[in-house]
Ligand binder design. Sequence first.
Ligand code: MD3
Ligand code: FE
Length: 216
Amino acid sequence: MMEDLFSGTQESTAAGTLPAGVMLLPGFALALAPQLLEDVARMAIASPPRRMQTPGGHWTSVNMSNCGEVGWVSDRRGYRYEATDPLTGEPWPALPAPWLALAKQAAEHAGFADFMPDACLVNHYAVGTRMGLHQDRDERDFSAPIVSVSLGLPVVFQFGGATRSAPVMRIPLEHGDVIVWGGPARRHYHGVLTLKPGVHPATGAHRINLTFRKAQ
Ligand code: MD3
Ligand code: FE
């Protein structure tokens, strides 16, 4: 099995055993991190990270952008995936081949063969920003996993259950960590705690998170 060859695989953390369908791959993206961050900087020129308005009239704390065939957007009309960036009217930047290869490799390690993401949400966290507990349910096919890549400052990720009130597990995430979320975990509530002050050599006072999704 591939899993046995990859010594970095972890199914439990200080927080306890991860639920079925969740696999933490510590440092899986470390080697590619400089390339990922160079691409993120390039994309930030074409499709700038921006706060998005929610249907309720609030604004996301995090600056968001996308690459891929479609990108996740939120405004007063709701949440959805769109092929063009509403800020520019242009298509989102293409999903770079090395990003796709990384996401597919990570999914395969977790037992999801043939993961073919068509969207990647790029979240830019400044110190003091957070993401409240939510579910990702704007995708068409919940049998596909989501692959997340953490870059820059560390953060505490919160992983709950199928309801908002279910107990929450805390998972510390660091630069280069990758997590694959599939199976029942795919619909679980999750979020990230407020980013603490700090400086990371690769990203300064920021954390970048990439989430690869099959949206359509
Ligand atoms: C578990 N992003 O973009 S990544 C999001 O760190 C989002 O920026 C967080 O939640 C971040 O929607 C967390 C980990 C993650 C992403 C999507 C999931 C975990 C997930 C979807 C279902 C279950
Ligand atoms: Fe999410």
